[in-house]
Design a protein around this ligand. Structure first.
Ligand SMILES: Cc1ncc(COP(=O)(O)O)c(C=O)c1O
Length: 339
């Protein structure tokens, strides 16, 4: 496996197809009549369906291999994209993979538990454990890691969403990549908008944009908790990332909008489902009901409210997630689409 040392001083594996494209969304921009909208295609990172977690895994699994581990444990919701990308990366590296998946989105249909990401996890050879919504995945992983150590194995535990100072390095690098692309295209980026959940993506971007000297506003759209909780968490991960980089505590302003969460994490909203159909039909772009659909619903609403205006360039960071479309087919089939 190709591995390099980065400016971050961390071992980094090459798992993703990079750089991901930065493309204009011409028809969407025209439809909304506001700023020019661009998409940064991190849904195209290439590993078993792609998505933002592959960038984090380049650093997390670089660290894991450095420590000579043989088994990776991680956690998420049943339809976790992070779990799917971890399962794929472990398969490629010849590591064991154990996934602790919580029933975090109550009342979903039959497809939720058996299709989409969780089906792919099984195809990719991961061992899947389903935990009740109220269980602590951290406790379950710690217990299992202890049992593996007693058997002489070498486990490595990745936190939910891969969101710690190591994983966030993937998005420090993404911010550098985006800044270089924008520079090459003579494009002044006014804002970057994306889905924020476990907050490593936003933390890494906040640090990376500051490192690159970029002036763009960074705006996370929460798909779960409150803005206050999210901002505190992003700041904590961003500060730890600066520490790991050995650089001063300096990052872009943290803003998280929690108006588009709806009833909760993993529960689709009508605006999110409408955004999925809008992008599919105007741009041939696939979003998802848990993350990017809600984030795009947020961007559309903000443009309609006049937050972003004509003459500005707004980048929507597409963080992936399309496999979950199949897990929500009951919700997506309402509204006239064929079953
Ligand atoms: C498709 C998708 N978008 C966005 C996110 C949010 O990234 P983060 O957890 O780093 O906030 C996730 C995380 O699971 C995801 O799977």
């Amino acid at each position: 496996m190709d591995a390099t040392m980065t400016a971050a001083g961390a071992e980094r594996l090459r798992l993703a197809h990079l750089p991901t494209p930065l493309e204009p969304l011409e028809r969407l921009s025209r439809e909304l009549g506001g700023p020019r909208i661009w998409v940064k295609r991190d849904d195209c990172t290439g590993l078993a369906g792609g998505g933002n977690k592959t960038r984090k895994l380049e650093f997390l699994l670089g660290d894991a291999l450095d420590r000579g581990v043989d088994t990776v444990l991680t956690a998420g919701a049943v339809q976790s994209n992070h779990a799917r990308q971890t399962a794929a990366a472990c398969a490629r590296l010849g590591l064991g993979c154990e996934l602790f998946l919580k029933e975090a989105a109550p009342g979903r249909g039959e497809s939720y538990g058996h299709s989409g990401n969780v089906l792919l996890d099984r195809i990719l050879g991961a061992q899947v454990r389903i935990l009740p919504g109220e269980a602590s995945a951290e406790t379950a992983m710690d217990k299992r890691a202890e049992a593996l150590r007693r058997e002489g194995r070498r486990p490595y535990v990745i936190p939910v969403g891969g969101s710690n100072a190591v994983g966030a390095l993937g998005y420090v690098e993404c911010a550098r990549e985006l800044s270089a692309q924008a520079h090459g295209m003579k494009l002044g980026i006014d804002a970057v908008v994306h889905a924020s959940a476990s907050h490593g993506t936003q933390a890494g971007l906040a640090v990376g944009l500051a490192v690159a000297g970029a002036e763009a506003l960074l705006l996370g759209v929460s798909v779960g908790g409150s803005s206050r909780q999210a901002q505190a968490n992003v700041e904590q991960i961003a500060a730890a990332t600066c520490e790991r980089l050995g650089s001063p505590r300096r990052f872009a302003e943290i803003e998280v909008d929690d108006r588009f969460v709806g009833e909760g994490y993993g529960i689709p909203t009508s605006e999110g489902l409408a955004a999925i159909r809008l992008l599919a039909r105007l741009e041939g772009l696939l979003l998802d009901p848990v993350y990017t659909g809600k984030a795009m619903a947020g961007l559309v609403a903000m443009i309609r409210e006049g937050r972003f205006v004509s003459g500005e360039n707004v980048v929507f960071l597409h963080t992936g997630g399309w496999p979950a479309l199949f897990a929500y087919k009951e919700e997506l089939a309402e509204d006239g689409a064929p079953r």
